[in-house]
Write a new protein. Structure first.
Length: 463
């Protein structure tokens, strides 16, 4: 199997959950995991294992989306919301399985490289661009959440909020973006998921103390207040598409599975990560609506909903935990942007994927590394700018879910499988697998086109 650790590529093409045989930053081989006399690894949270990989993948999905999911549930009703969550979870499992199959078949571990292998370089550039847009928007969403947490805790004005966002971007996100490897993220990812569980518990505490909101009735809780338009329902789907979106990390995580990459292993990973996401999103959809109602009680996110009780110690702790959680998410989303930039720089320079060792050195670092650093800092700067200009988390996530996540999750994977199967002599458009891929593809095109239109309307109205 080709080693996914590629020095020419950005770290996003390297390890997200590191393997025992990967190189450390200084180029020396990492020490193998300690083994007891019985030959078993001391920690069950081993590198490349199914469980830590599932945690990494779930953390790539669970972030800012969990904070705004109850807003949509209040508009469309719990029945519609939970049905969409269930359907979205099933489709996500199929999507991850398709991506894993294509990565293993081509022995490529990034969206750009798989597209280049199966299609044309133009397709690779377009897909990489869309993927980068998704990750940039998601990262901006996390900084928006940071700003909301700051406003809730300190009752800050917009100017102070923007300053805090800039400071967090410069002094926290920039250093994270410069790291070569993110193998340690599996532990931070587990802590980050626990932090969001703490937020769900806090919402449950609010419901138990203050009771069900007076605007709630059985009918509007189950089916919504009846004021939703077709665009409201579409934007709810957009939010759920974003909420499950973790496919941008799937190729690299597939290559890092141990003892070897397998579709079966990634299927287990997808079921575990999607199950974690479904439980969190479903819990927030129900508790958030019951606690904060279907009227003006629902704010842009759970962070703002908890503002009246911000002085409670455990609420303050949960808000700080959310801050930690979204900053952890930032690392997962900024690496695919660096991956796309590194791919383009590599092509423009006419260099191979493994040619950094022969690259020109400047101030103790190769030009490849300097280009990577510049790209990382530029990406973070752009994210900061977006987060300062757009303060509505809901509008941001709706647009990302429609525009980018739908393409990456539901358009690209079936195209990959169709392209691979067409290589076989006995290929048929009427086989069950190909027909399923075509239906999957049509769904993705619908979400991409109509979903983007529906998500653009609120942005234009707010302009």
């Amino acid at each position: 199997m080709a080693n996914p650790m590629d020095l020419e590529m950005a770290p996003s093409e390297a390890s997200t959950c590191d393997q025992s045989n990967e190189e450390s930053v200084d180029g020396k081989m990492a020490q193998p995991a300690k083994v007891s006399r019985s030959g078993s690894i001391i920690s069950s949270f081993r590198r490349g294992g199914v469980i830590p990989t599932a945690i990494c993948l779930s953390k790539a999905a669970i972030g800012a989306g969990v904070l705004s999911v109850s807003v949509h549930s209040a508009e469309v009703g719990a029945v519609y919301q939970l049905l969409c969550l269930l359907l979205g979870g099933v489709l996500t499992i199929f999507s991850i399985r398709m991506i894993a199959m294509a990565s293993i078949e081509t022995q490529r571990w990034s969206f750009e490289d798989v597209c280049e292998e199966l299609f044309h370089p133009a397709m690779s550039l377009f897909t990489g661009f869309i993927n980068a847009c998704v990750c940039l928007g998601s990262a901006a969403g996390y900084l928006i959440v940071c700003g909301q947490v700051f406003v809730v805790i300190f009752q800050a004005n917009d100017q102070a909020r923007n300053l805090f966002v800039v400071l967090m971007g410069v002094f926290v996100c920039c250093p994270l973006a410069l790291a070569r490897h993110v193998g340690f993220m599996r532990h931070l990812a587990a802590m980050s998921v626990a932090a969001l569980i703490l937020l769900v518990i806090t919402v449950g505490w609010y419901l138990s103390v203050y009771g069900i909101d007076e605007s709630i009735s059985t009918e509007n809780f189950l089916f919504g207040p009846g004021e939703a338009t077709v665009f409201t329902y579409m934007n709810s789907i957009n939010n759920l598409v974003f909420a499950y979106n973790n496919q941008f990390n799937v190729p690299q995580l597939t290559g890092e599975l141990s003892p070897e990459p397998s579709t079966k292993g990634m299927t287990k990973v997808s079921m575990m990560s999607t199950g974690i996401s479904f439980l969190l999103y479903g819990s927030v959809s129900i508790l958030g609506v019951l606690a904060f109602g279907v009227a003006d009680g629902q704010k842009d996110s759970l962070i703002l909903d908890l503002m009246p009780v911000r002085k409670e110690v455990h609420v303050m702790i949960s808000l700080v935990a959310v801050l930690f959680s979204v900053l952890t998410c930032f690392q997962f989303h900024i690496f695919p942007v660096r991956q796309f930039l590194a791919f383009n720089v590599r092509k423009l320079r006419g260099r191979g994927a493994d040619s950094e060792k022969t690259d020109v050195s400047c101030c103790g670092r190769s030009l490849t590394r300097w280009y990577d650093i510049i790209g990382a800092l530029a990406s973070v700067a752009l994210v900061i700018l977006i987060a300062v200009i757009i303060t509505s988390l809901r509008a941001m996530l709706d647009f990302i879910g429609a525009f980018g996540a739908a393409y990456i999750s539901y358009v690209v994977p079936p195209l990959w499988i169709i392209a691979i199967r067409r290589r076989a002599e006995n290929f048929s458009w009427f086989s069950v697998e190909i027909l399923f891929c075509l239906v999957f593809l049509l769904l993705g095109i619908f979400l991409f086109v109509f979903g983007t239109y529906a998500a653009t309307i609120p942005l234009l109205q707010a302009a």
